[in-house]
Design a protein around this ligand. Structure first.
Ligand code: MN
Length: 305
């Protein structure tokens, strides 16, 4: 069966066992594991809940975390010594490489928290690089008819984000100032996902409900988006990521044994994930390994309906 357009519904999960906010997770999905190198899509809020984001120190490997807010403020701290508040329209981009630890905390309780937390898997040649953190507050913003584009990563319509990428990909927020229909040019080598945050939105004529992620396989040169006033959509795209990977907890590796090694490093307090100070003053222990061996999986999507 070939690749076809597909709408993914989110699963509802808790952010952490302690912090109760509910997250809508559309990737990984049983039908589609990755879109380009985008491998994790969490969508949350708007919520008034105090301490909406209160995630103590935890590790990452083999990925980039892409933090993007529609409203609210979060303070990020990490094992490189970074302390960085993120606000709407700004990007916090953390490249774990071989290993990093970080924590995230809502800091302005008067503003509803609303946004997305995304992961990008790093390719084999870069996945063990030194960790890095970058904050971008000057991302390209431009209009296409009545749609305003905030370009987060990659290139779109002749604009380019300065955020560091390791595989060909694009990420952007699309905001409709008025009800309209837009024909957006695509890179036909890319596959795409359109996550509907809010609004009444049709992608290529198909109504896609809020919270759903509409997948478009490689080969399209244009997408038609009809949206009501104030609709907000996240566009995620990229070259299909073909390397088999193992995603477990906050780690991305290539084998079961590698994941065990990463888990042991975190549990033993190894310098692979250096200590740092924050207001939460704690660390999240890794879950137990499952009783089965983790198997590397490629993005050979089960495109069955
Ligand atoms: Mn994290």
């Amino acid at each position: 069966m070939g690749l076809s357009e597909l709408t993914l519904s989110p699963r509802l999960v808790k952010l952490t066992p302690r912090s109760g906010i509910s997250i809508r997770r559309t990737l990984p999905h049983r039908s589609i594991r990755t879109i380009g190198a985008w491998c994790f899509v969490d969508h949350y809020g708007p919520t008034d809940q105090a301490n909406a984001m209160s995630v103590a120190a935890h590790p990452h490997t083999g990925l980039q975390t892409v933090s993007w807010l529609f409203s609210g403020e979060i303070q990020h701290r990490d094992s490189l010594g970074t302390i960085q508040i993120i606000k709407p329209g700004e990007l916090n981009l953390m490249t774990s490489g071989l290993g990093i630890a970080h924590s995230e905390l809502s800091v302005n309780k008067d503003i509803q928290l609303h946004g997305v937390q995304l992961w990008v898997v790093l390719p084999e040649k870069d996945r063990n690089i030194a960790p890095a953190f970058a904050h971008h507050s000057d991302l390209p913003t431009f209009d296409l008819d009545s749609m305003t584009v905030r370009l987060i990563m990659g290139e779109l319509l002749g604009h380019e984000s300065s955020a560091k990428t390791f595989t060909p990909l694009v990420g952007a927020e699309l905001l409709f100032r008025d009800k309209s229909k837009v024909e957006l040019s695509l890179n036909k080598d890319f596959e795409y996902g359109f996550l509907i945050d809010s609004g009444s939105v049709e992608i290529n004529g198909e109504l896609v409900a809020e919270g759903n992620l509409h997948y478009i396989p490689p080969g399209s040169e244009v997408v038609s988006i009809s949206a009501s006033k104030n609709s907000r959509i996240m566009l995620l795209g990229g070259l299909r990521f073909e390397e088999p990977i193992v995603m477990w907890w906050n780690f991305i590796g290539r084998s079961h044994d590698e994941i065990v090694e990463m888990r042991n490093a975190w549990e033993s307090g190894s310098q692979r994930f250096a200590n740092f100070k924050d207001q939460l003053d704690g660390r999240i222990p890794a879950p137990e390994m499952p009783n089965i061996r983790l198997t590397p999986r490629s993005n050979s999507v089960l495109f069955q309906r």
